[in-house]
Write a protein that binds this ligand. Structure first.
Ligand code: ADP
Length: 491
């Protein structure tokens, strides 16, 4: 099968979070299974050019219709750790992708509406006719809309779209200007409730809703999150739309890339290890303590890796730092915040804890360091308010780092409480789960984890090994996505 992914991220060249990992990991799995995959991305100024091999201009004269005129673009091609990627670079005063950031601009909706249009125009003009176009999140929600309302009539009648939602919180909202810019025009038509009109704001168009309505299949990134989005307010206003389209909606758990996230061959950690050789993990712990100037003592290390924002339960992250320290553990945090208040809050904490020999807060994005933390820590905490899938707990399991998570979204599908899970046998359990968002729930769960480490080291080691047994690679999800592609391809 010939599959084209259209996305705003692809790890490690463009990565703001899990979306990037998914686009890369799924593409690799599909290729391993013998399918042809190409990835279309924006050419951002700030991407990691050092991860692209053989970048060259592949298509110089791409003219993308925009506001009744056209914007000249160049398309570059290169290999990102073996994946073929096309990067679209527009030449216009809007400077859509030369902003020093991936997201967070006031015209993000225009930037990604343009990218969606340019990606389709590239497929059309370069005569690429994939069997399946796989789009991701709000940024590419307009791809199926434009494909089935415009491009279908220009020689792209056989293409089918699978649309994956990684985060319902950000849906992409715009007004009439989106229609004028993209050439969709026909305001009365697109502002209908069963098309793009936002479910709660009658004057707004919703990109993600467009993606759901027009795509042949819609997925989100875990079965439990699919249920939450359909039946609770986690769908952020799109529950009714999902309900109307429930026959084509399902949850497929994300995987983690077995090549990139694998303690056996991880290039970023000083000591490779497997579950038969956990001494390697102990050495990485020492290396982590040394690198972050933590005192060299025999204490458990509790880690947090992730964005610092409301979704991730920052109030609980903050509390976990002080509680774990008070219980005699060390704490390592690697996180970046986009909201200024959260950023300055954690900067203040960093300053305050600067001289504490048991704690290190690293604010910013650091891929290399994240690998050493997964390898060196004993426990990883994921206290999210909501979590569509969550990769950090799965990576933690793979690296023998016991996850302590809040039971929401994909965390429910991947972490099974050592003491209380009723659906898994004791030998299948792999971590700790709490449900409430108050401090008590968090504290008692941290107590259980640290208590086991302190008092029953053999049993803690057994829990580590049970977690490492889990296969959360792309093997299963790859199969499931192929099933979806096959279904829609023949419709
Ligand atoms: P989300 O997509 O909501 O950000 P996920 O758990 O799905 O969260 O994916 C997070 C991914 O980003 C993981 O691969 C994690 O290791 C990585 N990550 C998050 N924050 C950082 C950071 N500050 N530095 C390095 N890697 C990070």
């Amino acid at each position: 099968m010939y599959i084209v992914q259209i996305a705003s991220e692809c790890a490690p060249v463009i990565k703001a979070g899990g979306l990037g990992d998914v686009v890369y990991g799924l593409s690799r799995e599909l290729e391993t299974r013998g399918h042809c995959v190409e990835i279309i991305l924006p050419k951002y100024d700030g991407m990691r050019y050092d991860h692209i091999w053989g970048l060259h201009d592949a298509y110089r004269e791409l003219w993308v219709p925009w506001y009744g005129a056209a914007i000249h673009c160049s398309v570059y091609c290169g290999w990102v750790h073996g994946r073929v990627c096309f990067f679209i670079e527009p030449h216009s005063g809007d400077n859509f992708f030369n902003r020093g950031c991936y997201y967070g601009c006031s015209d993000d909706n225009m930037r990604f509406a343009f990218f969606s249009k340019a990606a389709l125009e590239f497929l059309l003009q370069s005569n690429k006719r994939p069997d399946v176009i796989h789009c991701h999140d709000w940024q590419t929600g307009l791809v199926p809309v434009m494909l089935f309302e415009m491009y279908k009539y220009h020689g792209m009648g056989n293409q089918r779209v699978c649309y994956t939602i990684h985060n319902f919180k950000h849906q992409g909202i715009g007004g009439n200007e989106i229609l004028s810019a993209t050439g969709l025009n026909q305001e009365g038509y697109y502002f209908q409730y069963d098309r793009l009109r936002d479910n709660f704001n009658p004057f707004a168009l919703n990109f993600m809703k467009g993606g759901i309505v027009y795509s042949n299949a819609v997925t989100t990134v875990s079965p439990n999150h699919a249920w939450e989005a359909h039946y609770t307010d986690i769908g952020c206003g799109l529950s009714h739309t999902l309900h109307l389209h429930q026959d084509k909606f399902r949850g497929i758990l994300n995987g983690i890339d077995d090549d990139f996230w694998n303690p056996k061959k991880d290039r970023y950690i000083p000591y490779n290890y497997t579950k038969d050789n956990l001494e390697g993990k102990a050495k990485n712990k020492k290396a982590l303590q040394e690198r972050l100037l933590l005192q060299d003592v025999d204490k458990p290390i509790v880690a947090y890796i992730g964005r610092l924002d409301g979704q991730k339960g920052v109030h609980l992250v903050h509390h976990a730092i002080y509680y774990a320290l008070s219980k005699g553990a060390q704490f390592v945090l690697l996180g970046s915040a986009t909201e200024p208040e959260i950023n300055s809050h954690f900067r203040h904490e960093k300053y305050f804890l600067n001289d504490n020999p048991d704690c290190h807060l690293e604010l910013g994005f650091n891929e290399e360091l994240s690998h050493l933390i997964y390898a060196g820590a004993d426990m990883i905490i994921v206290p999210s308010n909501y979590e569509p899938c969550g990769l950090t707990q799965m990576i933690g399991l793979k690296y023998g780092t016991v996850p302590i998570v809040r039971g929401v979204g994909g965390l429910v599908n991947t972490v099974f409480d050592r003491d209380y899970d009723e659906n898994h046998l004791p030998e299948q359990r792999n971590g700790y789960v709490f449900y409430q968002t108050d401090y008590n729930a968090l504290e008692s769960t941290i107590d259980r984890a640290i208590g086991l480490w302190d008092n029953y080291p053999e049993e803690f080691r057994q829990l580590v090994l049970q977690g490492m047994e889990y296969d959360y690679s792309w093997n299963h999800p790859g199969k499931e996505y192929l099933e979806v592609y096959e279904q829609i391809r023949h419709k």
